[in-house]
Write a protein of this length. Structure first.
Length: 153
């Protein structure tokens, strides 16, 4: 007599599949029996109240808020001419620290006394500590950086 072509693993997979099907059938019958007992039919409704929460009771119409379509803003509000401030892009300052071997330093703005980072790649002229320079600001990874740095005579 020859051995069966079906391996042990295939047999186990088939048993699991049949058991899963039987469990599913039992659950379905249990749900049907529960629905008959409680008298509920089908899917329950879910309502959204005026706070945005899901409930099983309909919301109270007196608490409904009336919103005009014109009041809804989808985009960024437009800037007004009065909101725009013209700032001179070229600033004047003094070099407070500069390390030529490392290639960076700091410039103190003469207008607001803020320190700005300056890298050697943003230099036009060579600078040293104490020089008066003109520069422009650019957004960097950690804040504003001084770029296009030139000596002021």
């Amino acid at each position: 007599m020859a051995k069966s072509q079906q391996t042990f693993n295939k047999g186990e997979k088939e048993k699991k599949r049949l058991k899963k099907r039987e469990d599913k059938r039992k659950k379905m019958e249990a749900r049907k029996a529960l629905a008959k007992e409680s008298g509920k039919k089908g899917i329950e409704f879910a309502y959204v109240d005026h706070y945005g929460n899901l409930t099983d009771t309909p919301p109270d119409p007196s608490l409904k808020l009336k919103i005009d379509v014109e009041d809804i803003e989808i985009s960024v509000p437009k800037t007004l001419e009065s909101d725009k401030v013209e700032i001179d892009p070229v600033r004047i300052g003094t070099v407070s620290f500069f390390d030529t071997s490392k290639g960076f330093g700091f410039i103190v703005d003469s207008e607001n006394q803020e320190k700005y980072f300056c890298h050697v790649s943003g230099l036009i002229d060579e600078i040293t500590e104490g020089n008066r320079v003109s520069f422009e600001l650019e957004k960097g990874m950690k804040g504003m950086n001084a770029v296009k740095v030139t000596l002021v005579k």
